[in-house]
Design a binder for this molecule. Structure first.
Ligand code: ACO
Length: 328
């Protein structure tokens, strides 16, 4: 049995339609709402996001990201023996069947490998990485595809100017493989359901229709306060498990929710902003997709190098949060 899990491939996919803050201003003006590039950038650090066209699903973006990750790993789709998709915008209502099963079909995988979705909203990718790492280390699976994929634009209320400017669509993927060399060094997950209602899609299916709202609701200030404090704590937890200091982190890759939350976390950890991978400015908040998207960008542009240490950390609806510390 292999002792460790290594990241052997990364990939990502953004839908081609780029929507700048200027475009959002025009879109909201048509609804009689005011916003501005200045307001959005100063509150969130976001300058643009991508929106998928009608008919493009999380599985489409996820399968494309997965193909890139599988190629980087030098593998074929049928080498994968477990698929985990983190998403809050599954292809089907209630995630039934799971988006992971749809991705399996779209990748042409016919080896009957297991496939499951993980729901932890913006912490979903970190949750999925931890699940995959534990499956690999217990010997049950050897090559796991972990995907974060979202079409968040589908659950945005474009009459709610505070939330609709913050989110975007996209997908990122990693291939994790069993190894005798250290890769994932520590993972830690948490949740506190007492805060379930500060960030949610409050509707439910009833009698074949949606009862309540099918749009994202967020109490932005409550989310902000909780986020900064739990992110620092969980980052320190994984450092402690791995017996490392924050100064040994080469790259902090936080969930790309909001530059102010990201700056707050880096400051609390004593890390300079130069050590943080930032894509929120161009991607917006892509929920479960944001970390693997940012990871893939920094892998492919050569910033992240073999032997370096990366910290992934996220917070999201539920309330959920978690972190992963890994050596590349
Ligand atoms: N353009 C212009 N003005 C706006 C806009 C907009 N798009 N949205 C709101 N405003 C106005 C409000 O109406 C309000 O005006 P008023 O004072 O006249 O009433 C003013 O701006 C301030 O509104 P607040 O809601 O108090 O704004 P706040 O400073 O709290 O910023 C924000 C809102 C950006 C959402 C902030 O609370 C925040 O960053 N929260 C964290 C959100 C987050 O990152 N969530 C995701 C994390 S978890 C996950 O990823 C799912």
């Amino acid at each position: 049995m292999s002792k460790y899990t290594r990241i052997v491939g990364t990939g990502s996919c953004l839908p081609p339609r780029r929507v700048s803050n200027h475009d959002m201003t025009t879109l909201l003006a048509a609804r009689g709402l005011d916003t501005s590039d200045e307001w959005i950038v100063s509150r969130s650090g976001i300058s643009a996001r991508h929106f998928a066209d009608d008919g493009v699903l999380s599985s489409d973006l996820g399968a494309t990201a997965a193909r890139h990750a599988i190629d980087m790993a030098g593998l074929k789709p049928d080498d994968i023996d477990l698929i985990i998709v983190a998403t809050s915008t599954p292809d089907f209502l209630g995630g039934f069947p799971s988006t992971a099963c749809v991705v399996q079909r779209k990748l042409g995988i016919t080896n009957d490998c297991a496939a499951l979705d993980v729901q932890a909203v913006c912490s979903g990718f970190v949750y999925a990485m931890s699940v995959a790492d534990n499956f690999i280390r217990c010997g049950m699976h050897k090559r796991v595809l972990v995907i974060g994929a979202e079409v968040f634009s589908r659950i945005l209320d474009f009459n709610d100017r505070t939330t609709c400017v913050l989110f975007g669509d996209g997908a990122g993927a990693v291939v994790l493989a069993a190894s005798d060399e250290p890769g994932v060094l520590a993972t830690r997950l948490h949740a506190d359901g007492r805060h379930a209602d500060i960030l949610c899609v409050p509707g439910a299916v009833q009698g074949g229709a949606i009862a309540g709202s099918a749009f994202l609701y967020m109490d932005g200030q409550a989310v902000f306060k909780l986020a900064v404090s739990v992110l620092e704590k969980v980052a320190n937890e994984v450092l402690q498990i791995a017996g490392m200091e924050a100064s040994q982190i080469d790259w902090l890759i936080p969930h790309q929710a909001n530059i102010r939350i990201m700056q707050g976390t880096a400051k609390k950890l004593g890390l300079p902003m130069e050590k943080m991978v930032v894509t929120v400015d161009q991607h917006g908040n892509t929920s479960a997709a944001s970390i693997p998207l940012a990871l893939d960008v920094a892998m492919r542009d050569g910033r992240i190098k073999a032997g370096q240490h990366i910290m992934l950390e996220a917070v999201g609806g539920g309330f959920t949060w978690g972190a992963v510390l890994a050596r590349i």
